[in-house]
Design a protein around this ligand. Structure first.
Ligand code: CTP
Ligand code: ZN
Length: 152
């Protein structure tokens, strides 16, 4: 039997197949605190076709490309579903950008990207699975378990 755990939405975005336990990090990336007044539904550790997952549903909001890139860093299997009038009109799997520019702060305080120089942070992907990224400037590899605290 298929049990409906969270209501369908009329218009907005459903972020599905989020790495279990990471829904709150997705909300943090999107700056959602719940005081905006729009309807937000969160399901954590629900069992989907491919095991456990989290889901975040946001009514009346579409995501910007930069927001989707940030979500990819903490939920590499997530899908972004655009809902209009109850129908899924678009479905995209997030993907890790090959160069991660201006969305993650380098954890090395001495890195030139943290200096007063006008240099945007930049990381290259050292490994896709498991995801490992490396600072283009100082080669520091942030601990991916704490990556959400470095997302700008
Ligand atoms: N959804 C929703 N409101 C709608 C339509 C869909 O909240 N009006 C949600 C569904 O509950 C699901 C996601 O959006 O979490 C994607 O919907 P759909 O593509 O219909 O589901 P699946 O086929 O199960 O998706 P996938 O193949 O990506 O697992
Ligand atoms: Zn660096």
């Amino acid at each position: 039997m298929k049990v409906l755990k969270v209501q369908p939405i009329k218009d907005g975005t459903v972020i599905d197949h989020i790495t279990p336990g990471n829904a709150l990090k997705v909300l943090k990336i999107l700056g959602i605190e719940g005081k905006e007044g729009s309807i937000i539904s969160i399901a954590m550790n629900v069992v989907g076709k491919r095991g456990k997952k989290d889901i975040v549903k946001i009514e009346n909001r579409e995501l910007k490309a930069k927001e989707v890139d940030k979500i990819a860093l903490i939920a590499p299997n997530a899908t972004i579903n655009i809902i209009r009038n109850y129908e899924v009109v678009e479905k995209h799997r997030v993907s890790i950008p090959s160069q991660i520019i201006g969305i993650v702060k380098c954890p090395n305080p001495n890195c030139i990207s943290n200096s007063n120089e006008p240099i945007e942070s930049k990381f290259v992907v050292a490994s896709k699975k498991p995801l490992k990224i490396k600072c283009y400037y100082c080669e520091r590899e942030p601990n991916m378990e704490e990556i959400d605290s470095l997302i700008i």
